[in-house]
Design a protein around this ligand. Structure first.
Ligand SMILES: *[C@@H]1O[C@H](CO)[C@@H](O)[C@H](O)[C@H]1NC(C)=O
Ligand SMILES: *[C@@H]1O[C@H](CO)[C@@H](O)[C@H](O)[C@H]1NC(C)=O
Ligand SMILES: *[C@@H]1O[C@H](CO)[C@@H](O)[C@H](O)[C@H]1NC(C)=O
Length: 423
């Protein structure tokens, strides 16, 4: 997404001071608090061992959560609920079912009742301005808890010959020409620079709700011919891109976990695949495990102007965005993707996919790294027709299918000589 770097004025006040201080300091602080808290639990548990009758009276201090994050915004509430579910300390507490629950605010205690994939009709009452929110928010909030949609087109054997690099491209069913241009240029599967590259396109459903023509016949033909499509049965909308991310991570864990590197990007970018391979081959040994590079945006916060594409109302989310890599394209390691998949299940779905991935990284204690080869805001206009500009780039947004093929042929031309080039 496009960042909103300047802080929204109302924010500074809302933001909790503990979050605003440097990461390290707050981590040290929370680590210390955690240790004290564990210590207290141990003492309490000992005491309970001596007085068996009082075993159900353990008081988990709610202030702990209040201090952490305390907000009535819907996403923040959902996140606190997940934190409670997945917090190892609170889960060992023997009183999860009575005294803790009794003291829990209603919004930490209300989600077990429903099947997650049925529309949650309590949401309109829980989000104050629900009825005046744009339709996409109403759609998103109603199904926010549903995280598992059936797979319609799968390629379980795509990674049988352990690829060095997996190119995972977010596409939309009608974008046949973009996918074909990628196959004929930077996404050509097979041997590139003496390494195995595999390409896969990620699709949801172009549904009749959005007045898409029925493309299922053409898609199955395309899938059979190229064996590089993955499709899941959710509505392929902007706010559902986060589902594309989580479903891809799940698929990767199940069917491609042996691939050491992944580039995930849009279908309207140009990628210099050879440059990526060269970059990866020259990575220092220690950098590969936690590799996550891209066009990283720091210090962004939600847009509060409802006319913008990236508008997020306060009733949905308050807080700053973590550092995140722009969704146009980023490069990360396979082992990190496996950890990302696990953590993603503990993070409430956020309607902007790249920010969501940043949230997951933050939960893992990682910060994505900026690399100037990722030009998600494009290069200066006067350089766009200069083949040498693309030689050292990793990714540039945006390019048409024809431009992709043209640029790729420039780079493949052995006569291309950039020795005397200024760039
Ligand atoms: C939480 O849920 C339990 C049972 O599901 C219920 O008995 C209790 O009253 C609820 N607490 C609050 C504060 O809503
Ligand atoms: C290509 O890869 C193979 C196997 O990994 C290796 O033996 C060979 O030397 C490589 N060739 C070049 C030109 O790097
Ligand atoms: C996401 O997909 C689900 C399943 O198709 C749909 O019910 C929901 O409305 C979609 N959400 C958005 C924001 O489009």
């Amino acid at each position: 997404m496009f960042p909103n770097i300047p802080l929204y004025p109302g924010f500074v006040a809302q933001r909790q001071s503990t979050m605003a201080v440097g990461h390290r300091r707050s981590r040290v602080l929370s680590g210390t608090m955690m240790l004290i808290f564990i210590g207290l639990l141990v003492v309490v548990a000992r005491m309970m061992g001596q007085h068996k009758q009082s075993i159900h009276k353990l008081n988990v201090p709610l202030r702990f959560w209040r201090w952490w994050t305390w907000s009535e915004s819907f996403w923040n509430r959902e996140q606190q609920h997940l934190d409670l579910l997945y917090n190892p300390i609170l889960n060992v507490a023997p009183t999860r079912d009575d005294s803790l629950v009794a003291r829990t605010p209603w919004w930490l205690n209300n989600s077990q009742a429903l099947k997650p994939c049925e529309p949650d009709h309590r949401v309109p009452r829980q989000v104050g301005d629900y009825n005046t929110l744009p339709q996409r928010f109403q759609d998103f909030l109603l199904y926010m808890r549903c995280r598992a949609y059936p797979i319609l087109i799968n390629q379980p054997h795509l990674c049988d010959d352990r690829p060095f690099l997996l190119l995972a491209i977010k596409s939309l069913a009608p974008h046949f020409d973009r996918r074909q241009a990628i196959r004929q240029s930077w996404g050509r599967a097979g041997n590139v620079a003496n390494r195995t590259v595999v390409t896969v396109f990620l699709l949801g459903t172009a549904s009749s709700v959005d007045h898409f023509p029925d493309l299922s016949g053409m898609l199955s033909h395309e899938a059979e011919r190229n064996r590089d499509l993955l499709q899941w049965d959710y509505r392929d909308s902007f706010f559902n891109l986060t589902l594309k991310e989580t479903h891809f991570l799940e698929w990767f864990s199940q069917h491609c976990s042996n691939a050491p590197y992944i580039l995930k990007g849009d279908d309207d970018v140009f990628v210099n695949t050879r440059q990526i391979i060269q970059y990866l081959e020259h990575l220092p040994e220690g950098m590969t495990k936690d590799l996550f590079v891209g066009d990283v945006i720091q210090n962004a916060s939600p847009h509060r102007d409802h006319r913008l594409k990236y508008f997020i109302p306060e009733s949905v989310f308050v807080g700053d965005y973590p550092p995140y890599a722009g969704g146009g394209g980023y490069l990360y390691s396979g082992p990190l993707a496996l950890r990302l998949y696990k953590v993603s299940q503990q993070v409430a779905l956020f309607p902007i996919d790249d920010v969501f991935t940043g949230m997951c990284l933050k939960k893992m204690g990682l910060v994505p790294e900026k690399h100037k080869g990722f030009q998600t805001f494009d290069v200066d206009k006067k350089y766009r027709e200069n083949p040498c500009v693309y030689k050292n780039l990793i990714l540039v947004h945006s390019r048409t299918p024809q431009e992709m093929i043209k640029i790729w042929s420039w780079l493949a031309d052995p006569r291309l000589d950039c020795q005397n080039s200024t760039r």
